[in-house]
Design a protein around this ligand. Structure first.
Ligand code: PCA
Length: 197
Protein backbone atom coordinates (compact mmCIF):
# COMPACT_ATOMS: atom_id res chain seq x y z
CA UNK A 1 0.00 0.00 0.00
CA UNK A 2 1.43 3.37 -1.05
CA UNK A 3 -1.26 5.99 -0.74
CA UNK A 4 -4.30 6.49 1.47
CA UNK A 5 -6.94 9.15 0.89
CA UNK A 6 -8.65 10.28 4.07
CA UNK A 7 -11.35 12.92 4.18
CA UNK A 8 -13.12 15.01 6.83
CA UNK A 9 -15.96 17.50 6.42
CA UNK A 10 -16.23 21.27 6.65
CA UNK A 11 -18.43 22.63 9.49
CA UNK A 12 -22.22 22.47 9.14
CA UNK A 13 -25.37 23.14 11.16
CA UNK A 14 -24.01 26.46 12.56
CA UNK A 15 -20.92 24.78 14.09
CA UNK A 16 -17.60 26.65 14.03
CA UNK A 17 -15.54 23.55 13.30
CA UNK A 18 -16.07 19.95 12.29
CA UNK A 19 -14.31 17.40 14.55
CA UNK A 20 -13.90 15.02 11.60
CA UNK A 21 -11.66 17.45 9.74
CA UNK A 22 -9.88 18.47 12.97
CA UNK A 23 -9.04 14.81 13.65
CA UNK A 24 -7.91 14.17 10.06
CA UNK A 25 -5.68 17.27 10.16
CA UNK A 26 -3.92 15.87 13.23
CA UNK A 27 -2.74 12.79 11.31
CA UNK A 28 0.86 12.57 10.15
CA UNK A 29 1.62 12.93 6.42
CA UNK A 30 3.12 9.47 6.41
CA UNK A 31 2.29 6.30 8.36
CA UNK A 32 4.50 3.23 7.91
CA UNK A 33 5.88 4.69 4.66
CA UNK A 34 2.36 5.21 3.30
CA UNK A 35 1.51 8.68 2.05
CA UNK A 36 -1.58 10.06 3.79
CA UNK A 37 -3.56 12.46 1.61
CA UNK A 38 -5.88 14.51 3.82
CA UNK A 39 -8.73 16.48 2.25
CA UNK A 40 -11.63 18.55 3.54
CA UNK A 41 -14.89 18.10 1.66
CA UNK A 42 -18.09 20.20 1.61
CA UNK A 43 -21.29 19.30 3.42
CA UNK A 44 -23.23 19.39 0.17
CA UNK A 45 -25.20 16.50 -1.33
CA UNK A 46 -23.78 15.16 -4.63
CA UNK A 47 -20.84 17.59 -4.58
CA UNK A 48 -19.15 15.87 -1.62
CA UNK A 49 -19.10 12.38 -3.17
CA UNK A 50 -18.10 13.88 -6.53
CA UNK A 51 -15.12 15.61 -4.91
CA UNK A 52 -13.98 12.36 -3.29
CA UNK A 53 -14.28 10.51 -6.60
CA UNK A 54 -12.30 13.28 -8.35
CA UNK A 55 -9.63 12.98 -5.65
CA UNK A 56 -9.54 9.22 -6.25
CA UNK A 57 -8.92 9.90 -9.95
CA UNK A 58 -6.22 12.42 -9.08
CA UNK A 59 -4.31 10.42 -6.43
CA UNK A 60 -5.18 6.80 -7.29
CA UNK A 61 -5.20 5.77 -3.60
CA UNK A 62 -4.97 2.17 -2.39
CA UNK A 63 -7.52 2.84 0.35
CA UNK A 64 -10.16 5.51 0.95
CA UNK A 65 -11.25 6.35 4.48
CA UNK A 66 -13.93 9.02 4.88
CA UNK A 67 -14.86 10.50 8.23
CA UNK A 68 -17.73 12.67 9.40
CA UNK A 69 -19.05 14.10 12.64
CA UNK A 70 -21.98 12.75 14.59
CA UNK A 71 -22.91 14.88 17.62
CA UNK A 72 -24.79 11.92 19.10
CA UNK A 73 -21.87 9.46 18.82
CA UNK A 74 -19.89 8.71 21.98
CA UNK A 75 -17.21 6.53 20.33
CA UNK A 76 -15.73 5.91 16.89
CA UNK A 77 -18.62 4.57 14.84
CA UNK A 78 -17.35 2.13 12.22
CA UNK A 79 -20.12 2.29 9.64
CA UNK A 80 -21.23 -1.10 8.37
CA UNK A 81 -23.61 0.00 5.63
CA UNK A 82 -24.62 2.90 3.39
CA UNK A 83 -28.22 3.28 2.23
CA UNK A 84 -29.30 4.40 -1.23
CA UNK A 85 -31.32 7.25 0.28
CA UNK A 86 -31.05 11.01 0.64
CA UNK A 87 -33.41 12.25 3.35
CA UNK A 88 -32.18 15.39 5.08
CA UNK A 89 -33.39 16.62 8.48
CA UNK A 90 -31.65 19.97 7.92
CA UNK A 91 -30.50 21.74 4.73
CA UNK A 92 -26.93 21.10 3.61
CA UNK A 93 -24.43 23.99 3.29
CA UNK A 94 -25.97 25.03 -0.03
CA UNK A 95 -29.57 24.82 1.15
CA UNK A 96 -30.42 21.46 -0.44
CA UNK A 97 -32.74 19.33 1.64
CA UNK A 98 -33.64 16.23 -0.37
CA UNK A 99 -36.47 14.09 0.92
CA UNK A 100 -36.98 10.42 0.12
CA UNK A 101 -34.66 10.52 -2.89
CA UNK A 102 -32.41 7.73 -4.08
CA UNK A 103 -28.69 8.47 -4.38
CA UNK A 104 -28.41 6.29 -7.50
CA UNK A 105 -31.24 5.07 -9.74
CA UNK A 106 -31.65 1.33 -10.28
CA UNK A 107 -28.85 0.62 -7.82
CA UNK A 108 -28.58 -1.46 -4.66
CA UNK A 109 -30.62 -0.31 -1.67
CA UNK A 110 -27.61 -0.78 0.59
CA UNK A 111 -23.88 -1.21 0.17
CA UNK A 112 -21.63 -2.82 2.74
CA UNK A 113 -18.44 -1.17 3.95
CA UNK A 114 -15.30 -2.41 2.23
CA UNK A 115 -13.46 -2.34 5.59
CA UNK A 116 -13.32 -5.22 8.11
CA UNK A 117 -15.39 -3.25 10.63
CA UNK A 118 -15.81 -6.06 13.18
CA UNK A 119 -12.08 -6.74 13.24
CA UNK A 120 -11.38 -3.02 13.53
CA UNK A 121 -13.77 -2.84 16.48
CA UNK A 122 -11.90 -5.65 18.28
CA UNK A 123 -8.51 -4.14 17.50
CA UNK A 124 -9.56 -0.71 18.84
CA UNK A 125 -10.99 -2.27 22.01
CA UNK A 126 -7.68 -4.06 22.59
CA UNK A 127 -6.05 -0.61 22.43
CA UNK A 128 -8.63 0.81 24.85
CA UNK A 129 -10.09 3.10 22.22
CA UNK A 130 -13.88 3.33 22.32
CA UNK A 131 -15.40 2.15 19.06
CA UNK A 132 -18.39 0.23 17.81
CA UNK A 133 -19.78 -1.08 14.57
CA UNK A 134 -22.71 1.16 13.63
CA UNK A 135 -25.53 -0.08 11.46
CA UNK A 136 -26.68 3.29 10.19
CA UNK A 137 -24.64 6.15 8.74
CA UNK A 138 -27.85 8.22 8.59
CA UNK A 139 -29.43 9.59 5.43
CA UNK A 140 -27.57 12.91 5.23
CA UNK A 141 -24.36 13.91 3.42
CA UNK A 142 -22.12 11.39 5.23
CA UNK A 143 -24.24 8.49 4.01
CA UNK A 144 -24.30 10.05 0.50
CA UNK A 145 -20.49 10.08 0.49
CA UNK A 146 -20.20 6.58 1.93
CA UNK A 147 -22.58 5.09 -0.66
CA UNK A 148 -20.83 6.66 -3.65
CA UNK A 149 -17.32 6.05 -2.34
CA UNK A 150 -18.07 2.37 -1.74
CA UNK A 151 -19.37 2.10 -5.29
CA UNK A 152 -16.19 3.74 -6.59
CA UNK A 153 -13.98 1.53 -4.38
CA UNK A 154 -15.83 -1.56 -5.61
CA UNK A 155 -15.08 -0.58 -9.21
CA UNK A 156 -11.42 -0.07 -8.36
CA UNK A 157 -11.30 -3.18 -6.17
CA UNK A 158 -9.82 -1.28 -3.25
CA UNK A 159 -10.88 -1.10 0.40
CA UNK A 160 -12.86 1.88 1.59
CA UNK A 161 -15.32 2.92 4.23
CA UNK A 162 -16.63 5.48 6.64
CA UNK A 163 -16.11 6.35 10.32
CA UNK A 164 -18.25 8.77 12.31
CA UNK A 165 -16.42 10.81 14.94
CA UNK A 166 -17.97 11.85 18.28
CA UNK A 167 -17.68 15.26 19.93
CA UNK A 168 -14.32 15.89 21.59
CA UNK A 169 -14.67 15.57 25.35
CA UNK A 170 -12.77 14.19 28.33
CA UNK A 171 -16.12 12.99 29.70
CA UNK A 172 -17.07 9.61 28.18
CA UNK A 173 -20.74 10.55 28.59
CA UNK A 174 -20.15 13.45 26.16
CA UNK A 175 -17.66 12.03 23.66
CA UNK A 176 -13.98 11.15 23.37
CA UNK A 177 -10.73 13.06 23.97
CA UNK A 178 -9.26 14.51 20.77
CA UNK A 179 -6.00 12.52 21.21
CA UNK A 180 -7.93 9.23 21.45
CA UNK A 181 -9.86 9.96 18.27
CA UNK A 182 -6.64 10.79 16.40
CA UNK A 183 -4.89 7.72 17.88
CA UNK A 184 -7.87 5.60 16.83
CA UNK A 185 -7.62 6.79 13.22
CA UNK A 186 -3.87 6.07 13.16
CA UNK A 187 -4.51 2.56 14.55
CA UNK A 188 -7.16 1.93 11.89
CA UNK A 189 -4.75 3.00 9.14
CA UNK A 190 -1.89 0.89 10.57
CA UNK A 191 -4.14 -2.16 10.87
CA UNK A 192 -5.43 -1.83 7.30
CA UNK A 193 -1.94 -1.14 5.97
CA UNK A 194 -0.61 -4.33 7.54
CA UNK A 195 -3.48 -6.29 5.97
CA UNK A 196 -3.08 -4.90 2.46
CA UNK A 197 0.69 -4.70 2.13
N1 PCA B 1 -21.67 14.87 9.45
C1 PCA B 1 -22.88 14.85 8.64
C2 PCA B 1 -22.47 15.45 7.33
C3 PCA B 1 -21.16 16.11 7.57
C4 PCA B 1 -20.71 15.60 8.87
O1 PCA B 1 -19.59 15.81 9.39
C5 PCA B 1 -23.53 13.48 8.55
O2 PCA B 1 -23.41 12.69 9.51
O3 PCA B 1 -24.18 13.18 7.56
Amino acid sequence: MKTILITGFEPFDHDQANPSWQAVCALPDEIKSIQIIKKEIPVVFDQAPKQVKDLMDQYDPDLVLCTGYNAKARELDLEYVALNLKHARIPDNEGNQPQEQPIALHAALALESRLPVFELEKMLHRKKIDAKVSFSAGTYVCNDVMYEVIRACKERKIPGGFIHIPPFSEDPKQGMPFEKVAAGLVSVIEFLASRHQ
